[in-house]
Structures are given as C-alpha cells and as structure tokens.
Write a protein that binds this ligand. Structure first.
Ligand code: GDP
Length: 442
C-alpha cells in the first residue's frame, strides 16, 4: 500500500498523544522526535524534515492547543495540515493554452515511466473530451518509438513518428504542426531519457523547449528512488524550469520520501501520481487527501470518485428497488462483488476508509482470494439456484462445491451469510417504512 511503512510509524508516534487529556511540552517533544525519525527513515530530505518539525512544534506548543479539550487531536490536525502544505496545499491542475494545441513536454530519466505516463495522460485527457496526439521524439533507444505506438494503440490515441533518423527537435516541431492540422488540441511529446543526467540530454531538451514552447514541462520521476528522485528534479528544474512533476510507481512506494520532499525542494507542484502499470492508473495528486491517507484518516473523496467512476448509476437504482422489494438474489450479489473489484486492490480501497490504520489492516488479513472463491461458488450455481437459494439441498451443495473447487462448508457458509444479509435488508426496509408512516418525528 502507498506509504505503508511511513504511515504505520507516524500513526504509532501520534497515536500515543491521542488519548491524553492534557499535553506537556515534553509529550509533544517525544512524539515529534519519533515523527522526525519516521520521516528520515522514509528518506525525506533532511532539511525538509527539520523545517517540518520546527513548524509543527511551534504551532503545537501554543496555548491554544495545550489547553484545548483534545490536545492530542489538535496536534494530529496540525501534522495533517503541515504534511498537506509540504506536498503543495491543493491540487495543481494542468494548464491549457488559450491558443491550442496545448503542448506538453514529458521528460525524465530512462525507466522512470515517461512513455507509460505519456499514454496514461493521453487517456485521462481523452476522457475529458480532449483530442490528444502523442509525438515520439526518443530516437536513441531502438524500441522507444514502437513502445509509444503500442501505448497509443492501447488508449486509442494517434502517435506521430518520423522514425529514428531525424533530429528530435525537428520531430517535435513537425509533431506540433501535425497536431494543429489535424485538430488535436493537446500534443504530448515523449522525449529520450538517459540512465543518468547528462549534458547532451539537457541541451536537447532545452532545444525542444525553445522550438515548441510547451505550456507544460512535466518531469516524470520514479518515487521509489527517494532522494535520488529529488536530486533529479532539482537538476531538471534548474535546466528546464519545469512546470510540474509526475510521481510514478507510488503504488509500490512504502516510504514516500520523494513525494514529501520534491515540492518543498523544487517549489514545483506534483501534478499526477502513477498508481500502477495499467493505463487507467494515473491520478491527479491531491496533497490534502494524501496527507489524510498517510495519517490513517482515510481518503473518502477519492473513494467516492473511484466509486462514481466504476458504479453504474442505473444499475444502482435498480438494485435499490430490488432490495426494497426483497428481490435481492445471488446474481445481484455477484454484481456487487464485481463492482467492488473494479475499485482496485482491496487493501488500497480499504486504506482510503477513515479509521482504518495500516496496522489493523494487516490484522484484518483482507484476502482478495476469498472474494474469488465466493465468486466461483456463485458462478457454479444454476440461474434458478441464484434466484431462489432455498432449493439448494445437500446434493446441490456438493455439486456447487465440486464445480467451484471449494468445500461444502464454504458453500454452507456463503448460503448462511446470504440469508442473514437478506434478513438485515428486510429489517432495514421495514424500519424505513415504519419511520415514513409515523412521520419524521413520530
Ligand atoms: P521510460 O523509460 O521513462 O519511458 O519508462 P517506461 O514508460 O518504459 O516505464 C518503465 C517501467 O515502469 C515499465 O515497466 C512500466 O510499466 C512501469 N511503470 C510506469 N509507471 C508505473 C506506475 O505508476 N506504477 C508501476 N507499478 N509501474 C509503472
């Protein structure tokens, strides 16, 4: 899970303050020492850590906090606000040119995820009714052009190429012209990377920048590389004056050092976060939501947005009606399971729910396989059985267990749970009816 180890340590350090009715300066000191260690272990830039701790302390030992009824909570609130500030306060959106096409220059070291991110960004913009064009300017790596073409195909976005015999600056210019002629309002330029920062690369990027005057220069960095990513960002920013950062591979970053330092060190916003290898897995970066997630306060807004994306409103209405009429069947149940899986990996989803801290999450032992088994059991039922589980006798149970590769006990357990769920649903709808009949205050 994102920032798992940092999150666990911070929650440990701050958890001790939570229950206290009164706080002394020493309590705050001790907690802050732990917070400092946690941040340093997470590979956050030491200057950033120093300033962060000072800022929090200064606010936390004020009389307003110490004398409040819930001083511990107040300190956590301050940490939350300062973490948010560290990552940039609020979401920083892409800027668009008033005179299209908007040119977006992607840069970064090899392997950071530039090409993948170019494709993801094209998809995201396409969903916003834009008409992006991808331009292949990496003429050095043999497979780079092909890779961008494959990515373009995956997201159904056109790719402009001129092979590997031309100068990248000329390709970039021609790409923008091509976009103009073809009504593309966004042109995303994928450039070459190197294993390390080198002068030639920087010069080439500067030349492309001069030639096409991009509205956005997005630096793509691998968040798992921690402070190295911060150094890379500093250098690229010096040479190119970037407009924003895309942090990739955040899905595998348990520490969060790059995410927490880059903004403070470069003063450039993190605009997007890569959350996986799939084309859909690019998210706008929300500092406030990220801070809440780190502190185990959940990220309800992202959860709702994800749910809205993957839930079908009409289906939800139908489902509600079926629940009210007590017609909820195993088919509905199956539907729900599938929609839930669409939200993403279960532990990630659960991590967005407030109050679930990562440590407890491990104890919970959320098992994605369990969902697969339930799905298999339902899929092994006949349509009739799904409609009316009361006909499932012992021989049918055996058949279902065999068909789904599970055991009769598991089938029994699911049938029992389903029965209980239906009973609960009936109780709720009955209760609702009674309340309605009596009137709101009756
Ligand atoms: P480039 O050399 O900078 O163009 O990097 P690529 O786009 O080829 O990406 C390098 C590797 O990182 C590929 O295997 C990608 O699938 C992977 N990758 C890119 N972004 C992400 C991300 O957000 N999460 C994960 N888990 N993998 C990513």
């Amino acid at each position: 899970m994102v920032f798992e180890s940092l999150s666990e340590k911070l929650q440990n350090a701050l958890g001790k303050l939570k229950g206290k009715g009164k706080l002394t300066e020493k309590d705050v000191d001790i907690a802050m020492r732990e917070v400092k260690l946690a941040l340093l272990e997470a590979d956050v830039n030491f200057k950033v850590v120093k300033k962060f701790i000072n800022d929090v302390k200064e606010r936390a030992v004020g009389s307003e906090v110490m004398e409040s009824l819930t001083p511990g909570q107040q300190v956590i609130k301050i940490v939350n606000e300062e973490l948010t500030k560290l990552m940039g306060e609020s979401e920083s959106k892409l800027e668009f040119s008033s005179n299209p096409p908007t040119v977006i220059l992607m840069c970064g070291l090899q392997g950071a995820g530039k090409t993948t991110t170019a494709g993801k960004l094209a998809l995201l913009l396409k969903k916003q009714n834009k008409r992006p064009l991808l331009v292949a300017c990496d003429v050095y790596r043999p497979a780079a052009i092909k890779q961008l073409e494959v990515v373009g195909e995956r997201v159904s976005v056109p790719v402009f190429t001129m092979g590997d015999k031309n100068d990248p600056v000329d390709i970039a210019k021609a790409g923008v012209e091509h976009g103009k002629k073809n009504g593309n309002d966004i042109v995303i330029i994928d450039t070459a990377g190197r294993l390390h920062i080198d002068e030639n690369l920087m010069e080439e990027l500067q030349n492309i920048k001069e030639a096409v005057n991009p509205r956005e220069i997005l630096l793509v960095v691998d968040s798992m590389t921690g402070q190295d990513a911060v150094t890379v960002a500093e250098t690229f920013n010096e040479k190119l004056d970037i407009t924003g950062v895309v942090l990739t591979k955040l899905d595998g970053d348990a520490r969060g050092g790059a995410a927490l330092s880059i903004r403070a060190v470069t003063e450039k916003p993190i605009k997007f976060a890569g959350m996986g290898e799939k084309m859909e897995q690019l998210e706008p970066f929300h500092p406030d939501r990220m801070a809440s997630r780190i502190l185990g306060m959940g990220d309800v807004l992202s959860l709702i947005e994800k749910a809205q994306e993957s839930f079908d409103a009409k289906k939800a209405q139908e489902l509600e009606k079926r629940i009210r009429n007590q017609q909820f069947t195993f088919d509905d149940f199956l539907d729900q399971l599938e929609q839930m899986k669409n939200l993403g990996p279960l532990d990630e989803v659960i991590g967005m729910i407030p109050g679930v801290n990562t440590k407890k999450l491990k104890d919970l032992n959320v098992d994605e396989k369990e969902l697969d088994r339930i799905q298999a059991i339902i899929q092994s039922m006949t349509p009739k059985e799904r409609e009316d589980p009361s006909i499932i006798d012992s021989s049918r149970r055996k058949r279902i267990a065999n068909g789904s590769g599970t055991s009769v006990q598991e089938v029994n357990k699911l049938l029992k749970q389903f029965k209980e769920t239906k009973k609960m649903m009936k109780k709720f709808t009955d209760m609702e009816k009674t309340i309605k009949k009596k009137g709101k205050f009756g």
